[in-house]
Unconditional design. Structure first.
Length: 511
């Protein structure tokens, strides 16, 4: 990698690639652009902080050679990397370094004729501490006082539970449950009074975000007191966890997530699309770790749409060759685990003409070893469902089929349901597609492809997370930029292992 950057950093990262970051009125780069881009790539590859990266640039001869510095040259100040990172993150093309490497991949033809893409995700730890309810409310009130004009006057007049100018938590007997409950009630009351007495005014982005965050943290973890009707302003810690709960006011984007029932983490979810044979990453995204819009399937659909390498494999619209050969090449196969097997995901893949090699969701019968939904015959045209015993129920507008009294005296009832009201089926809008997919997954060819190629994405996940389980930045935008730089560095290293070079023709090629 060092030798490659020493020889080709200018071709890989030309000046015009970053020209828009320093357009008229925005200054000019104080450090050569190819030098900063090379440091960003090496920094993410070796998992270094800004200060560690600049120290390496100053004292490590390999870094000096890669970035074009003389032995006696000193490195730049670490804040230069912060400055560049912010400009890149706020630009229309934040992933331009990843795009530059992606252009090299396309020119080498490393993915030509490779008709498989594997999707997967992993949880990365955030860079902040998880806060409890008391800490979050106090921090959010302090932030409103800092950011909102006139809020400090409101705070002085309305705050009763705590002196918010003091650092640290209130001094109470923390092992006394009644004292903790009284404090939470008082803090929530302070938050509501402050929000209710803020002056009417047009707020800027930072002030509006501070007010919204206070309203959120003051309500997400509490509920009316046990003997309260909800109107007397008395509160207690809720006996439940709010969906997509904010866990830190320092980084409001981070979330609590369960990767499995036993494993839970606080942080972000990194999503990847990978060509499984080469291990090259073709698209990335980083999202909060929880929420339906951040699920594997929801993000997977968007990533496949952004994967430009798919256009090289099956044309501008993959659906042109659905179920057939596309210009002599096989239809693209999308491999993923059952987290991606939603009806919406399958429908999107079907519409795009991509073949889903995705492990289906397991069917759970109401009675162990009994009938599943696939044992019922569904007629979407007539909107009727027939059970294994021949009873028929109509599909309602909400897509439920209730057999009710038809189950009484049925000789198969013990294998079908334990409900006294009889069996009720709830059909997904994409039920027919999901059912056909489960049938296709029973084909030995489907199983063979899945078992051979799907596990290879774990290799790319391992490369991504090696020394990088904990993120260094706050917020989705900067961490997403880090992920794209990490993917670019890994792809470049992978290409070098495959024999990347630049012959006299001036084009990138593999040995």
């Amino acid at each position: 990698m060092f030798a490659f950057l020493a020889a080709h950093r200018r071709e890989l990262f030309p000046d015009e690639m970053f020209a828009d970051l320093f357009a008229t009125g925005r200054g000019r780069p104080s450090v050569p652009v190819e030098q900063v881009a090379s440091v960003l790539v090496l920094q993410t590859l070796h998992s270094l902080s800004d200060r560690e990266a600049v120290e390496a640039l100053t004292f490590d001869l390999r870094w000096k050679a890669a970035c074009g510095l003389a032995v006696t040259d000193a490195g730049f100040h670490p804040t230069t990397l912060t400055y560049w990172r912010r400009r890149l993150a706020g630009s229309p093309r934040p992933e331009r370094i990843f795009d530059a490497v992606r252009a090299v991949v396309a020119q080498t033809g490393a993915l030509t004729g490779r008709n498989r893409r594997a999707l997967d995700s992993t949880i990365l730890d955030d860079a902040v501490a998880t806060q409890d309810t008391v800490t979050q409310i106090i921090a959010a009130i302090r932030r409103v006082a800092r950011e909102v004009p006139g809020a400090d006057v409101v705070l002085a007049a309305q705050a009763r539970a705590h002196d918010y100018t003091q650092v640290g938590k209130p001094r109470i007997a923390w092992d006394d449950e009644a004292a903790r409950a009284e404090l939470v009630d008082a803090l929530v009351g302070d938050a509501h009074r402050i929000l209710g007495h803020l002056p009417d005014q047009e707020l800027g982005p930072r002030a509006a975000e501070a007010v919204g965050l206070l309203a959120l943290v003051a309500g997400q973890d509490v509920e009316p007191a046990q003997d309260s009707d909800g109107t007397d302003g008395r509160w207690r810690i809720a006996r439940r966890t709010a969906p997509e709960r904010v866990i830190s006011t320092v980084d409001p984007d981070t979330r609590h997530a369960h990767k499995t029932r036993q494993r839970h983490q606080d942080g972000y979810r990194a999503h990847l699309v990978v060509e499984p044979d080469t291990g090259i990453i073709t698209a990335t995204a980083l999202t909060p770790a929880a929420g339906p819009h951040n699920s594997d399937a929801a993000v997977g659909i968007e990533l496949l749409d952004r994967d430009r390498s798919l256009r090289d494999t099956c044309g501008e619209r993959a659906g042109e060759a659905a179920g057939q050969m596309a210009d002599g090449q096989m239809l693209v196969q999308v491999l993923a685990d059952s987290a991606y097997a939603t009806g919406d995901m399958l429908a999107e893949l079907d519409a795009a003409g991509l073949r889903a090699i995705i492990k289906p969701w397991p069917l759970r019968p109401a009675v162990e070893g009994g009938f599943t939904i696939d044992d019922f015959t569904v007629d979407e045209t007539a909107r009727l469902v027939t059970c294994p015993n021949g009873a028929i129920a109509r599909i309602t507008p909400s897509r439920a089929a209730t057999f009710g009294v038809r189950c009484r005296g049925c000789p198969l009832a013990s294998r079908c349901t334990t409900s006294k009201a009889g069996r009720t089926l709830h059909l997904h809008p994409q039920h027919a597609l999901q059912r056909a997919h489960r049938a296709a997954a029973a084909d030995p060819e489907f199983t063979a492809i899945y078992r051979r190629h799907r596990p290879m994405v774990e290799r790319s996940i391992a490369w991504l997370t090696r020394g990088n389980r904990r993120l260094r930045f706050r917020g989705t935008r900067l961490n997403n930029l880090w992920l794209s730089h990490r993917a670019a560095a890994l792809n470049l290293r992978r290409l070098l292992n495959l024999g990347l070079h630049r012959p006299s023709t001036g084009t990138w090629a593999l040995a």
